[in-house]
Design a protein around this ligand. Structure first.
Ligand code: ADP
Ligand code: MG
Length: 477
């Protein structure tokens, strides 16, 4: 049913800006404090309190804009967005409406088979977060925790240019990676430091945009995927049975895997935006913007390009490694000393596989770059085969010992001594006279069988290249 329809997705991301203090007050932004301990009079909406902009938040928003190749607006304006929430004591949120600090930018999505797609970013604006209502402590009362009130957020809005849940996921992955690289947001979705609102509509291919529904505050990439797929299907079912879509805000229920109505959508005019009279327009100088540019590290897309061009990595391997700065740092230490592709394979395949099983990240990896490098050196100088190396890596995880020590201790050195290998070949041939006869009468396929047997009989230690060469000679008779 879905195949006759095209999904259209635009994403709004709320990213908590990494700062010590709030957007307009000196209260701390630290997480997990006693309720209402990080609250200044400004955050509590006390009458007569004046907001003062946090320069660090502006720096972070500008750096983020530069990192997505966006236009930086030298003049931007803070507005009041008026609405009532019990956890919004001011009665309005200070946000940016017509004149955001960052204008049009772009995010490059990494798609399967090395393909990429550019998605345009409409804008990034700065705004305050609200507090939190707590309903779970008392059946009769709601409590309010204002620790989060006034925390700086960047709202990063995309154009409606994604056409599948996979593309939406790729967008969030790339955006999150960029934010983490530059340190403007920690990207922690579990803590709610990066929240996604997914706007979803469907249309007949090439037709005009359909009515969208906005799914609020999705807090993992997996849920984003599910929410979009569910929502698109829901809309298609309604439209196919002759109904119409109401523009509304919906919630994703992760336990049921479905979206449901939260409220009908407000229009901008309902908020009666107007410039906050307590704040002057924000004016930036070109020098400030230039200085911010200088603070940017090499970004994921640039790294990916360097890895594919300089190291010859596949797009996929490069993407996996540049996804986190820590991976890239780890990788570059290996690639300095070893074959870059071998390094990538061992890191993303064998090392990551084992770390996943342990449930630890690379920063807690018991195998550091020095140790993995020790293992790669033994593979490269042919002391051990790739297969034995996997066993050695297991033992390194188990014992914490170096690769060389394990190889020595367990006698795992690869046998390249032709005499020793020939001896094993003779034994294998003697034990399988029928197979030898079959092979000699033309059943070439049996060659693999002999290779396997010889390597097995050598305890995995025989050098495969040497085995191949010697076997050919011996089997030829
Ligand atoms: P609001 O703040 O009211 O949600 P915006 O006009 O800024 O409104 O749009 C929000 C998001 O909705 C943007 O990310 C945009 O790409 C997306 N969007 C707009 N129209 C559609 C549509 N027809 N289908 C899917 N997404 C859409
Ligand atoms: Mg919205």
């Amino acid at each position: 049913m879905l195949k006759d329809w095209e999904i259209v997705i635009g994403l709004e991301v709320h990213a908590q800006v990494t700062t010590e203090s709030k957007l307009f007050s000196g209260a701390a932004t630290s997480f997990g404090e006693e309720p209402n301990s990080n609250v200044s009079f400004v955050d509590a909406g006390m009458p007569g309190m004046l907001p003062v902009i946090n320069e660090r938040a502006i720096e972070q928003a500008v750096r983020t804009g530069l990192a997505i190749n966006a236009q930086i607006n030298l003049k931007s304006v803070f507005d009041r967005k008026n609405y009532f929430y019990p956890d919004l004591p001011q009665g309005y949120q200070i946000s940016q409406f017509l004149d955001p600090v960052v204008g049009k930018g772009e995010i490059i999505l990494d798609l399967p088979e090395g393909k990429t797609k550019k998605v345009n970013v409409t804008r990034i604006h700065l705004e305050q977060d609200a507090g939190k209502s707590l309903h779970e402590y008392n059946p009769k009362y709601s409590y309010i925790d204002l620790n989060r009130a006034g925390t700086p957020l960047m709202e990063i809005v995309s154009e409606p240019e994604m056409s599948s849940a996979d593309e939406a996921a790729a967008y969030i992955k790339k955006l999150r990676a960029i934010l983490r690289y530059i340190g403007s947001c920690d990207g922690d979705m579990e803590k709610g430091n990066l929240r996604v609102d997914a706007n979803v509509s469907v249309r007949k291919p090439g037709g005009k945009l359909g009515t969208r529904c906005e799914i609020k505050n999705v807090n993992s990439i997996r849920f984003l995927h599910k929410a979009i797929e569910f929502e698109a299907m829901r809309q298609v079912e309604i439209l196919e049975s002759g109904g119409t879509i109401d523009q509304e805000t919906r919630l994703f229920d992760s336990s049921k895997g479905e979206t449901r109505t939260m409220r009908s959508k407000e229009d901008a005019m309902d908020y009666r935006y107007f410039p906050d009279p307590d704040l002057l327009p924000l004016e930036l100088t070109p020098d400030f913007v230039e200085a911010m540019k200088q603070t940017l590290p090499e970004l994921p897309d640039q790294k990916k390009q360097r890895y594919t061009e300089k190291f010859g990595l596949s797009a996929y391997d490069a993407e996996v490694i540049v996804a986190e700065q820590e991976y890239a740092e780890y990788y570059e230490k290996l690639a300095e000393k070893h074959d870059p592709k071998l390094s990538a394979n061992w890191m993303t395949g064998e090392l990551f596989g084992r770390l996943n099983k342990l449930g630890v990240g690379i920063s807690a990896s018991p195998i550091g770059t020095e140790q993995l490098s020790g293992l790669l050196a033994l593979i490269e100088n042919k002391t051990i085969s790739g297969n034995i190396a996997k066993t050695v890596l297991d033992l390194m995880f188990e014992t914490g010992k170096d690769a060389a020590a394990i190889v020595e201790e367990k006698g795992l050195k690869q046998v390249t001594d032709t005499g020793a290998i020939e001896k094993v070949i003779d034994e294998v041939m003697a034990a399988n006279p029928d197979k030898v006869a079959e092979y000699r009468s033309g059943k070439d396929k049996l060659f693999g069988f002999f290779v396997g047997q010889v390597i097995k009989a050598s305890g995995g230690k025989a050098n495969p290249a040497a085995v191949n060469e010697l076997l050919k000679k011996k089997l030829a008779g």
